[in-house]
Write a protein that binds this ligand. Structure first.
Ligand code: HEM
Length: 369
């Protein structure tokens, strides 16, 4: 593919074989400046001004850290501008800037404290064991629905004590708080701060998406990678205890389950040789930053011993860094450990990939053992 043939706004690009996708991003990273793309055309939405594709690790890291310059408020999960009400309701905290972001983050992060996550640890272990029991009973099957989807969904449901009508539940929990995350959120008023019921509802929508699909896809990619790289599987099996954390980091780097977030410039700014103007849109391609040869030697190689591994799959360090990163790492750790201990020979077949520029998704993945 030549530079002019690459169009990140073309849905077809995201359906290309993964080796072609990787080669295209390598070519983009080799350019002296970020490329500028026209926005995808969508029905009923006015076409915006276009965007710069940030494909290098250094650019993604700086844009994440400088949230005062690269804001999320005009939309972080969509390249095109959506109506403001949409942004707020569906993106929740992701689409907010300070001071509202800081306030919401302060409140909700109490529910993600290590203590809160630890409470779900034993539960996750039992759950992983029962998922593998079922897998062994079922035999070769679709890995996504039988294995990868189950743990993250159940954990989120348990954490929220899942409510069909979240706001109604919130009202109840205020009266009679329990041990779950909903209770922690509605009663979180250490500094007199509390979530409004609309804030709670949209945060829940985000959690169900952010905490589910991402971890599920990371697990499916994990099985694919361990199938494609038997040497890495052998290495991991030889010392699971010592190497599992490195393997989880490397799976998240290689898979980059969330492929981008968007930012908008709050003022003119120069970064790594490129001048940006106030109002410019930039798209942070984690998928590409995680393959930047300036940071990762031989980036297309899956290497569970990579150290250091400054992957940005959970976002770059900054105010929006993934709130569930700790939880996601624990879930991946527990599930892979259980799977590889009890079904060490499990392999993946041909994946049915999701066609998306945002989520590096696997819809179905046959597995054998
Ligand atoms: C492998 C799994 C996961 C990946 C790859 C992932 C990735 C990301 C990324 C890239 C961001 C955006 C960072 C930014 O805009 O700078 C993010 C934010 C977020 N994630 Fe995750 N995530 C994962 C799992 C989870 C889980 C399990 C939860 C919760 C249960 C979660 C909750 C959130 C929340 C609430 C935010 C918004 C933080 C903010 O805007 O302040 N994520 N995640």
């Amino acid at each position: 593919m030549t530079l002019t043939e690459i169009d990140l706004s073309d849905t077809g690009f995201w359906g290309l074989p993964l080796t072609d996708r990787a080669a295209a991003f390598a070519l983009l990273r080799a350019q002296p400046r970020p490329q500028f793309y026209a926005e995808p055309e969508l029905p009923f939405i006015e076409q915006g001004p276009g965007y710069y594709a940030l494909v290098r690790h250094a650019d993604v890291v700086e844009a994440s850290r400088r949230a005062d310059v690269f804001c999320s408020g005009h939309g972080a999960v969509s390249i095109v501008d959506l109506p403001a009400e949409f942004n707020e309701y569906f993106g929740s905290i992701l689409n907010l800037d300070d001071p509202r972001h800081a306030r919401l983050r302060r409140i909700v992060s109490r529910a993600f404290s290590p203590r809160m996550v630890a409470r779900f640890q034993d539960n996750a272990q039992l759950l992983a064991a029962s998922i593998v029991d079922d897998l062994l009973a079922t035999g070769p099957c679709d890995f996504v629905s039988q294995v990868a989807a189950r743990l993250p969904l159940k954990i989120i449901c348990d954490m929220m004590a899942l409510a069909d009508l979240v706001t109604g539940l919130a009202a109840e929990r205020v009266q009679a708080p329990g041990e779950d995350l909903t209770s922690a959120l509605v009663t979180a008023n250490i500094d007199g701060e509390q979530l409004a019921s609309s804030e709670l509802a949209s945060f829940f929508i985000l959690l169900v998406v952010a905490g589910n699909e991402t971890t599920r896809n990371a697990l499916s990619h994990g099985l694919m990678l361990l199938t494609e790289y038997p040497d890495q599987r052998a290495l991991l099996l030889a010392d699971l205890e010592d190497r599992i954390e490195g393997a989880v980091e490397e799976i998240v780097r290689y898979a980059s389950p969330v492929m981008f977030m968007r930012r908008t410039l709050t003022r003119d700014y120069a970064m790594n040789g490129q001048d940006y103007r106030e109002g410019d849109k930039v798209v942070l391609y984690y998928y590409s930053a995680n393959r930047d040869e300036a940071v990762f030697a031989d980036p297309e190689r899956f290497d569970i011993t990579r150290s250091p591994n400054p992957q940005v799959g959970f976002g770059g360090a900054g105010p929006h860094y993934c709130l569930g990163a700790h939880l996601a790492r624990r879930e991946l750790n527990v599930m892979l450990r259980e799977l590889l201990t009890r079904v060490p020979a499990i392999t993946a077949g041909e994946p049915d990939r999701l066609l998306s520029n945002f989520i590096n998704g696997i819809k179905r993945l046959p597995c054998q053992f």
